[in-house]
Ligand binder design. Structure first.
Ligand code: ZN
Ligand code: ZN
Length: 222
């Protein structure tokens, strides 16, 4: 959930943080303005969120994954916070690493080698994200939308562009080097944790009933 969305003016004291839904652990971004916001339709983002939801973490409100990227310049974590975190990969060959809290299975950040350590990725429905609002650039991985399972793509996502030009913009932003970093990198945090837990989930496997059916209780097949 993105809070503080009405604030579009930056002030010197403004901060951004991803904290877990129980409030115990927070990850603070030293450059509070997100550099990029996209809607992702891919199966892996969705599966990672379904996995934490199935473990008692943040519930799946919708199948589209709302992604915010911040410059990879983070406040250091103390030993108590570090001991409250672990990391996972969806499968052995998975390239994405998710930083998850032990207390409430919130995903605080996500790393992928494609970002080349320039940005930290946050799924705003998988934690509590407090940050200034920016508009989405585009939707990505449209071919990963599971219409048979989730139905029609929401219009707020479907109205966004998915094109080669948008992807080039995306790549240009996530690969922009951090200048004069004052804090630590997401990789510094991951390096202090045990190796990622491998979940062994097959690609495209769904772990929960469709998001739209859960509020009413329908779709839970016995
Ligand atoms: Zn927590
Ligand atoms: Zn994705």
């Amino acid at each position: 959930m993105l809070k503080g969305g009405a604030r579009t003016m930056m002030d010197a004291n403004q901060t951004a943080e991803a904290h877990c839904i129980c409030g115990k652990v927070k990850l603070q971004f030293l450059r509070p303005l997100p550099v990029l916001h996209v809607h992702c339709c891919c199966g892996d983002c969705r599966q990672g969120r379904e996995w934490v939801a199935s473990e008692g973490g943040p519930s799946m409100k919708q199948a589209v994954t709302l992604i915010y990227y911040f410059e990879n310049d983070l406040a250091p974590l103390d030993s108590e916070a570090l001991s409250s975190l672990f990391s996972v990969k969806l499968r052995e060959a998975g390239r994405t690493t998710r930083l998850i809290t032990k207390c409430c299975h919130s995903i605080l950040a996500i790393d992928h080698p494609y970002y080349e350590e320039n940005v930290a990725c946050v799924h705003s429905d998988a934690c509590e994200l407090v940050a200034p609002h920016i508009d989405p650039l585009s939707r990505i991985f449209t071919d990963g939308w599971d219409a048979a399972y989730d139905g029609e793509m929401p219009s707020t996502t479907a109205s966004l562009e998915d094109s080669k030009a948008m992807w080039e913009k995306f790549a240009g932003i996530v690969k922009r080097p951090v200048r004069e970093a004052k804090g630590i990198k997401l990789q510094d945090i991951l390096a202090q944790l045990p190796p990622p837990t491998i979940l062994g989930l097959a690609e495209k496997t769904r772990l929960l009933p469709p998001a739209g059916s859960r509020d009413s209780g329908a779709g839970i097949i016995e």
